[in-house]
Design a protein around this ligand. Structure first.
Ligand code: F6P
Length: 323
């Protein structure tokens, strides 16, 4: 094999650049020439391909986002879109593709694989909801950004005896919220995996106030039936007496931006290198991820079939620690 392609797809994640760099440079080591598709599968369909040599990926590792750009492509979900993407790949003599992304992206990778085209997926999403990898590129940085925000919020919250509802990303997965709540010492956490009773959350805040706390933090997963705004509205409509004054902060895309931390740079580098190793070994149709701390592969067919389960055991611990 001489020519491979690489693309980043779906929500960008801090560390994607390190993964691209690793694919390109380890690819050179295997004798590959690498082409990058701009803006994910959309770029493939549009024929927007750039040759990537060792120098083209210099100085990118310390930046968040992705130098190739990313997108969610509806067109690629259609047979017509995929046929066009395959035509472009064949036209450029690109014999295999590395897809760096999360759930939607790996669905796309699997669709190409199912049509007989060699694809290797690299596990990358801040949501950490991808089956086949215990942690994905971007998660650690996103957690640290949310933690820094919470540490900051606590100082202003304490000054005014306020409670903050802090909404974090994660789509329909509560992983980021739960980890941030435990590591940030939150008084409560609201995640989609557990049914939310807003009256119970109000009671927890009231009790924390009575126990003499100077502030309270409730971490709310964006995918919960009650996001932060809905929870605040519920408290207002029910005239819930919380003790604390209430404020809402939505972290949103702040969590996805900025420089990747050491963990994500290392993980992304290892996964990018593992992806080209797979191709060099003549293997494809797999996701490279981390399992039990080791680089491991999972068939894309399994990845798209399973939903990663959130270990909610830490929830009980978070409650005990919030005394
Ligand atoms: O999948 C990553 C993610 O950041 C989710 O946490 C969030 O729900 C979604 O992407 C936001 O998507 P967009 O950037 O398209 O608004």
């Amino acid at each position: 094999m001489r020519r491979i392609g690489v693309l980043t797809s779906g929500g960008d994640a801090p560390g994607m650049n390190a993964a691209i760099r690793a694919v390109v440079r380890t690819g050179i080591d295997h004798g590959f020439e690498t082409f990058g598709a701009r803006h994910g599968f959309a770029g493939l369909i549009a024929g927007s391909l750039v040759p990537l040599g060792a120098r083209d990926v210099s100085g990118i590792m310390q930046y968040g986002g992705t130098m190739l750009g990313s997108a969610r492509s509806d067109e690629f979900k259609t047979v017509k879109g995929r046929t066009e993407a395959l035509r472009v790949l064949h036209q450029h003599d690109i014999e295999a593709l590395v897809v760096i992304g999360g759930n939607g992206s790996q669905q796309g990778a699997y669709a190409l694989h199912a049509e007989g085209y060699p694809v290797v997926g690299v596990a990358s999403t801040i949501d950490n909801d991808l089956y086949g990898s215990e942690i994905t590129i971007g998660v650690d940085t996103a957690l640290n950004i949310a933690l820094e925000a919470i540490d900051r919020l606590k100082t202003t919250a304490s000054s005014h005896q306020r409670a903050f509802l802090v909404e974090v990303m994660g789509r329909d997965c509560g992983y980021l919220a739960l980890m941030v709540a435990v590591a940030g010492g939150a008084e409560a956490v609201v995640i989609p995996e557990i049914p939310t009773d807003p009256d119970a959350v109000a009671a927890e805040l009231r009790e924390a106030y009575k126990r003499g706390k100077s502030h309270a933090i409730v971490v709310v997963a964006e995918g919960d039936q009650f996001n932060a705004q809905a929870l605040a509205r519920h408290f207002a409509e029910h005239r819930d007496e919380l003790g604390f004054q209430l404020r809402v902060t939505t972290l949103g895309h702040v969590q996805r931006g900025g420089a990747p931390g050491a963990f994500d740079r290392l993980l992304a580098t290892r996964l990018g290198a593992a992806a080209t190793q797979q191709l060099a070994d003549g293997s494809a149709g797999v996701l490279v991820g981390l399992r039990k701390g080791e680089i491991a592969t999972t068939p894309l067919a399994e990845v798209v079939k399973h939903k990663k389960q959130l270990d909610t055991e830490l929830l009980a611990l978070a409650t005990v620690l919030a005394r």
